[in-house]
Ligand binder design. Structure first.
Ligand SMILES: [Zn+2]
Ligand SMILES: [Zn+2]
Length: 211
């Protein structure tokens, strides 16, 4: 699996280009993100944008990228309504209306997405940060795209937004802690490229000890 990370600024969400045709999450800084993508590939190559959850910092660039590429958009079915809701998507915190996004694919736990080269991304439903948050697991490279469920070095997502739950995120982290993960691609901050299991264990411990 070939992964390119795009970060438009330190505080923005990470966006990942997978195998030159799938984009996982976007950014608030649409202009900069599109520039970074176009330095790597012609933007029309993007076939699918997968959203790890419905929050504005991950979804804001979707309409513009869809317009330029014709890509489809996928999100877990429980975050499908949140994505265009200004309050639930926390767009209001950024002083914005929710972006206009049509989700073409509504995922459920256990669904798989063919990403070419014989590889698949498996959808793992990980509620707690939002109701329909997902992580994406690729078995051959032991990679996990974790959205805002867990971050490198033992961090985990906020649970105080609408749809959040400390109990659920702890359960969700417990679920991903059982996977064999070497590389962690989180929704914010640095990538962990070795022994990511250990980082996920730290997140699990932290989430259990704080409530
Ligand atoms: Zn985020
Ligand atoms: Zn979030």
């Amino acid at each position: 699996m070939e992964v390119t990370k795009f970060t438009t600024s330190q505080y923005n969400a990470n966006s990942y280009l997978v195998n030159g045709k799938i984009l996982i999450d976007t950014s608030i800084d649409t202009e900069r993100l599109i520039k970074l993508i176009e330095e790597k590939i012609p933007i029309e190559q993007i076939e699918l944008i997968i959203l790890t959850h419905c929050h504005y910092d991950h979804t804001a660039s979707v309409p513009e990228i869809v317009k330029k590429s014709g890509a489809k958009v996928g999100i877990h079915k429980l975050d499908g309504d949140c994505v265009m809701d200004t309050e639930k998507s926390v767009s209001y915190l950024f002083g914005k209306e929710a972006p206009e996004i049509v989700a073409n694919e509504l995922y459920e736990d256990g669904d798989t997405i063919d990403i070419g080269s014989g590889e698949k991304l498996k959808i793992i439903h990980t509620p707690g940060h939002t109701r329909g948050g997902i992580c994406l697991y690729e078995r051959n490279s032991k990679s996990l795209f974790s959205g805002d469920t867990v971050f490198s070095s033992g961090g985990f997502g906020r649970t105080d937004f609408e749809g959040g739950s400390r109990e659920k995120i702890t359960e969700s982290i417990g679920k991903i802690a059982e996977l064999d993960v070497e590389t962690l691609y989180p929704g914010h901050g640095p990538v962990t490229s070795e022994n990511a299991n250990h980082h996920i264990q730290l997140s699990h411990r932290a989430s259990r000890s704080m409530w």
